[in-house]
Structures are given as structure tokens and as C-alpha cells.
Design a protein around this ligand. Structure first.
Ligand SMILES: Nc1ncnc2c1ncn2[C@@H]1O[C@H](COP(=O)(O)OP(=O)(O)O)[C@@H](O)[C@H]1O
Ligand SMILES: [Mg+2]
Length: 259
């Protein structure tokens, strides 16, 4: 196994508030790793430091063994760290396939010179990527008419166009119906398995996390309080306490299967 991402003592203070406190973890190649925790636990702050949006006040971040602490978002993206974008990152006036072609042009740094020919370029690869996310049949539709879940799948194809080594997904299923959430995470798990991409994601639906994550880390008030397998996390008293405090009771595996 090789380590794709590693943090050592990652810390971010906003004035007196320590949002992320001394967080150390490793993400192995091919892993689908969940970062969970109550609202305000520091998950997004962690993601923003990994993506370069925020500079840590302490600690280091290593990508494939290389220190990337404090590098710009653009630099980190160029080194193969992708992320799922907000909906606004797709062009509503363009078709599904054109959005993926644009991402492929950008990945190949052809964007400005090639624009007039864009509709002819990278069609085969774009269709292949759309196939991976089950959007091939909708290739010629305009994004403006897509269902929300389909836009999310398109975002995933766009992120994959950059051939990321690591994909960071901060609440990728926000705003989706439970059934769609399960489907998107299943798709992500398939992509991790088939494409060898590693994924770090946050998600507040525990059923989705327990069903798909290979490993789970739990953040509470900025501190990593647990890191282990689905079963270890489900049965961890400290984790249960954090979630019971918030009113959440974990379902047993059988109950989850029945739901
Ligand atoms: N830019 C910021 N300035 C000040 N405080 C912030 C900022 N971003 C986040 N915080 C605070 O840091 C804590 C962690 O927030 P966040 O990382 O968004 O948590 P999560 O994503 O787990 O819900 C919260 O108390 C939040 O209010
Ligand atoms: Mg958040």
C-alpha cells in the first residue's frame, strides 16, 4: 500500500477558536475514507486546508510524500488533487458532453486556443467519462434541464476529466434525496475500485457512510477522536456519545439493511 495523503499535526486557528486541532492521518491508495463529525467539528476547514483554500496555522500536509503545505489551490489541483465542484461550475447553457469536453480541454491546457473547435475535441474520452458516471444517454442534453442528482454525477465526470490521484468531496450529496445519496456514493465507490482513485469525503448521512466507506475518521471540536473500520466506529463509545449528544442513534447493521 502506498500513502497518497498524509497530515501531521494539521491545525487551524481562527483567532481564539481552534477549528482544527493537531489532526494527523494517512490515506492509502485506493481508499474511500470518510471524515465525519457534528456540525462545526472542523471538517470543511480541514478540506479547505487540503485544497489550499486556507493556510494551516500549524502542521504539514504531504501529497505522495511531497510537502504541499500552504501551496495555492491551483498548484495543488495541478498535482492531481481533484474535487467535486459546486453546481455553478457547470455551464447551464452548454450540453452535458460540452461541459466534460471543456474540462478535458482545460486538463490539456488547450482552453483558449482550441475554443472554436471545442465541440469536436475529446468527444470519445468525454463519452467514456460520462459512461463511468452513467450519463452517456444524456450527453446531448443541456445542463439547465438536468435533475439535481444528474448534475452531481456530471460534476463527478468533470472532476475525473482531470485524472485526479485524490478526490476531495465535501458533502457531495448535500441536497440530494436519500436514495440518490446512496446511488452517488455507490458510484463513487465503483470509481475508486475501477479507476484506482483515492477519495476523502464528508457526509452527514450515517447510513451512506457506513454502507460505503472503507475507513472512517471522526472529528469532534477540531480533534480526531476516532479512526477505524466501519464496525470499530459504529461500536466506539466516544463516537456514540458525540452523536447521541446530537440526537443520532446508530442503527445496527440489520436495521440499516431493512431500511
Ligand atoms: N473563515 C472562518 N472564520 C472564523 N471561523 C470559522 C471560519 N470557518 C469556519 N469557522 C469556524 O470553525 C469551526 C469549524 O467549522 P467547519 O470547518 O465549517 O465545520 P464543519 O464543516 O465540520 O461543519 C466552526 O466553529 C466555524 O464557525
Ligand atoms: Mg462543512
Amino acid at each position: 500500500m502506498s500513502v497518497v495523503l498524509e497530515t501531521r499535526g494539521l491545525t487551524k486557528a481562527f483567532g481564539g477558536l481552534v477549528a482544527v486541532n493537531d489532526v494527523s492521518f494517512k490515506l492509502q491508495k485506493g481508499e474511500l475514507l470518510a471524515l465525519i463529525g457534528p456540525n462545526g467539528a472542523g471538517k470543511s476547514t480541514c478540506f479547505n486546508m487540503l485544497m489550499g483554500q486556507l493556510k494551516p496555522t500549524g502542521g504539514r500536509v504531504f501529497l505522495m510524500g511531497e510537502d504541499i503545505t500552504g501551496k495555492s489551490p491551483r498548484d495543488i489541483w495541478r498535482r492531481g488533487v481533484g474535487r467535486t465542484f459546486q453546481i455553478t461550475a457547470t455551464y447551464a447553457s452548454m450540453t452535458v458532453i460540452e461541459n466534460v469536453q471543456m474540462a478535458l480541454l482545460s486538463h490539456n491546457r488547450q482552453v483558449f486556443r482550441a475554443l472554436p473547435f471545442a465541440h469536436r475535441m475529446h468527444r470519445a474520452r468525454a463519452l467514456e467519462l460520462l459512461g463511468m458516471v452513467g450519463m452517456e444517454a444524456q450527453a446531448e442534453r443541456h445542463c439547465a434541464v438536468l435533475a439535481y442528482g444528474d448534475l452531481k454525477r456530471l460534476e463527478l465526470a468533470i472532476a475525473l476529466a482531470h485524472e485526479p490521484t485524490l478526490l476531495l468531496m465535501d458533502e457531495p450529496t448535500a441536497g440530494m434525496a436519500p436514495r440518490e445519496r446512496i446511488a452517488l456514493m455507490q458510484l463513487t465507490a465503483d470509481i475508486v475500485r475501477d479507476q484506482g482513485v483515492s477519495v476523502l469525503f464528508t457526509e452527514h448521512d450515517m447510513d451512506v457512510v457506513f454502507a460505503h466507506a472503507h475507513r472512517i475518521m471522526v472529528l469532534n471540536r477540531g480533534e480526531l477522536i476516532a479512526d477505524g473500520s466501519v464496525d470499530q466506529i459504529r461500536n466506539d463509545p466516544r463516537v456514540q456519545e458525540v452523536y447521541l449528544g446530537g440526537g443520532t442513534v446508530f442503527k445496527s447493521e440489520d436495521e440499516a439493511a431493512d431500511a
